[in-house]
Design a protein around this ligand. Sequence first.
Ligand SMILES: Cc1ncc(COP(=O)(O)O)c(C=O)c1O
Length: 378
Amino acid sequence: MSIYLDSSATTAPRPEVIELVTKILTEDWGNPSSLHGWGERAAVILEKARWQISDLLNASSPDNIIFTSGGTEADNLAIFGITSNYNDPQHIIISSVEHSAIERPVYFLEKKGWQVTRLPVNREGKVNPEDLKNALQTNTVLVSIIYGQSEVGTIQPIKKLVEITKNYSKALFHSDAVQMVGRLPVDVEDLEVDLLSLSGHKFYSIQGAGALYLRKGISLNPLFHGGGQENSLRSGTQALPSIVSLGLAASLAQKEIESEALRLTELRDYFIDLILSQCPYLMLTGDKYSRLPHHASFIINHPSPDITGRKIVRYLSSQGVAISAGSACNSGKSLPSPILLAMGYSETEALKGIRFSFDRHTTKEDLKLAILYLSQNL
Ligand SMILES: Cc1ncc(COP(=O)(O)O)c(C=O)c1O
């Protein structure tokens, strides 16, 4: 028995993706920059993937897409690529519930003298647009707000936040949309974001490819200098098998995005109601309604300090059920989740977060079994 409920961490590549990757690895493995036939074929395949991503995001041109190794690199490229336009430290705004792929680069800048505002969130993990309005300064050069929060599932009102940023400042707007893209429609033209990060392995591509959307006309400095690939914004031979699988995963996601989001939302709500009725110690975290369709997260409000999120993850794993815990581990010691702390939970509660995340294979039967195992241990 094995039940995988950790698709916010990574997803199993689609069979069509594996088939295509196998073909690339065996037949079309050329370097897209080479001038001969192998290179030409590889370049055509690479550009097709760029079109597919551009299409999924409704970008005005495939030229807006820079391929990266994944979400972390796309986030780092956005933060350092924009802020390195300035000789002197300026002001940057993020939320207090960013993924570490944003929080850590911004912390690095803070140590270098940049002024950083981390917007507070409410108990559901949501930023208040008024707080953003009040935080904007004349020297704010970048606002970066996560779209769908990975640990608690809350979806931020990105369109509204972009509107405020544009109305009250000259700052650029970036969103880490790694948990959103491929799961719910994301339209960069409608949102009017300047930059947006995505990662293929979160929606059934193989690992090793992501992308940064960059609106035309914005000056971005590369992290890597070298052969000038990706319009000189990301030097290094493109990882063709990963990128091609990202492109195919994007076009397959696009075909079923509305119906699959609906199916997952129904499954998620069924799961949340059932688990809360069977496991009285659980408390939902994140926004119940403005929430990623594949995501359900909780705090185990059990009086015993021994019952932590990590312990429950290990217990369920021993039963063949894969989920994840919010808190990180440092030198073998569990640390409270900074996301739950930012949402106003206590240190003890912030050690007790768990996350279930679903994919295209998840069924009600899987969920019922996971709940049964959990209820037996709580
Ligand atoms: C919101 C968010 N941003 C960034 C990342 C990092 O993406 P990657 O694993 O592709 O580097 C993740 C991965 O979990 C994520 O959930």
